[in-house]
Design a protein around this ligand. Structure first.
Ligand SMILES: Nc1ncnc2c1ncn2[C@@H]1O[C@H](COP(=O)(O)OP(=O)(O)OP(=O)(O)O)[C@@H](O)[C@H]1O
Ligand SMILES: [Mg+2]
Length: 370
């Protein structure tokens, strides 16, 4: 039995991969009707800091993994006492707080852009000035899809007190805004036996700070590709992780490579691995946490995804038949029953002869939904 902390779409797709391999699945989520509940054997309802629910999740499980990093540290410790928690408490404790994560990356010699951790309104004001008032301010805990972030541009009028209070008056990371050429990510897996495999890099495009599309291969300079893959492998080794780690990376116009942030779990930018890689990220996670041999991460075909946000449902069900007419395209829905603006409801995927073709197909299909 594989237990998963979190029952969102990542948990759902992990559960599907596990079931395909004959492994029973139990999930824990605050929502009884969460996306993973429809494919899991058992769903335990509990909040992310519910130690008692976490105990019930872990009891009798062969391994416990997670699909969201915002799990209370006490709940994580309790799970780890009862069953092998993969990735492990420490990597999740560090990654779930951007202030700890950025500091850990810098202290361990990984390349990160200029940043400061700030703990007061005064420190925030000083940091914004120090970086020429061209920054991203990110809350330490709980931000995602651009939530919990403030972008301050050189020409903006702003009041540091307002920014501090809007972000909850809690420790933040202030980052210099980088001049990006492109964004890529690399997923690496590590099994309890120490076997490590990295996937080829994916190229990612964000709109309103939410991932809009992603494509494999990334089509970056081979030197950057190999640095990126080596970086992800080094990260899982340094953390001593068991499971998956995705590194979101920035490539600047000067050709520098920086780590933006880490995710100790499957990642939206590798959904297309289900279409184009020998082993999908979800199967790789199941293999890693169930102590099975890791699968080949080789790319069989260029592939891409485009996210479907709740906004597409504003005028009723999107025109899926029109999208599915595009060759190479498939539809993946997460069974979320209430579409909301910015909420990830599903994605379209496509394969193609080239990365450009896979991306064109998935974007054409998405256009036809309206
Ligand atoms: N220092 C920076 N310089 C330039 N762009 C940035 C910087 N920090 C963030 N961004 C932009 O904002 C996006 C979201 O930032 P980040 O990944 O830190 O936030 P998040 O809310 O945790 O995102 P998600 O959960 O979607 O991964 C980045 O992918 C990038 O497009
Ligand atoms: Mg991000």
């Amino acid at each position: 039995m594989l237990a998963i902390l979190g029952g969102g779409q990542l948990g759902r797709m992990t559960a599907m991969a596990a079931r395909t391999m004959g492994i029973r699945v139990r999930v824990m989520d605050p929502e009884a009707a969460c996306p993973a509940s429809f494919v899991a054997d058992e769903t335990i309802v509990g909040r992310w800091d519910d130690v008692e629910a976490a105990q019930r999740l872990a009891a009798g499980a062969d391994a416990v993994t997670l699909e969201i990093e915002q799990i209370g540290v006490d709940a994580l410790r309790e799970v780890a006492r009862l069953a092998p928690l993969r990735p492990g408490v420490e990597p999740v404790r560090i990654i779930q707080d951007k202030t700890l994560q950025k500091t850990w990356l810098a202290e361990n010699g990984f390349p990160v852009g200029p940043f400061r951790v700030v703990r007061s309104e005064a420190e925030l004001g000083e940091a914004i000035d120090a970086f020429g008032r061209d920054v991203f301010v990110k809350i330490g805990r709980g931000g995602y899809d651009g939530r919990g972030q403030a972008r301050i541009g050189a020409a903006d009028n702003f009041d540091p007190g307002q920014v501090w209070r809007n972000l909850g008056a809690k420790p933040c990371v202030v980052e210099q805004a980088l001049d990006l050429d492109r964004e890529i990510s690399v997923m690496a897996g590590r099994s309890p036996s120490g076997e490590v495999r990295a996937f080829p890099a994916a190229r990612n495009h964000h709109e309103n700070q939410i991932l809009a599309w992603s494509v494999l291969p990334a089509g970056v300079d081979p030197a950057i590709e190999s640095r990126a893959e080596a970086l992800a492998a080094e990260l899982v080794i340094r953390f001593g992780m068991e499971g998956l780690l995705c590194a979101e990376l920035f490539v600047t116009r000067k050709g520098e490579l920086f780590v933006n942030e880490l995710a100790p779990r499957p990642h939206n930018s590798y959904h297309q691995s289900e279409r184009g890689c020998v082993t999908s990220q979800f199967e790789q996670l199941v293999r890693a946490v169930c102590n099975l041999p890791l699968g080949s991460t080789e790319l069989i075909s260029p592939c891409a995804i485009a996210n479907l946000l709740g906004d597409l449902w504003l005028n009723g069900t999107p025109n899926f038949p029109a999208a599915l007419q595009v060759p190479g395209v498939r539809l993946h829905l997460y069974e979320k029953h209430t579409p909301r603006g910015g909420r990830k409801m599903g994605h379209l995927s496509a394969v193609g002869a080239t990365a450009e073709q896979a991306l064109e197909r998935v974007l054409e299909a998405k256009k036809r939904l309206a």
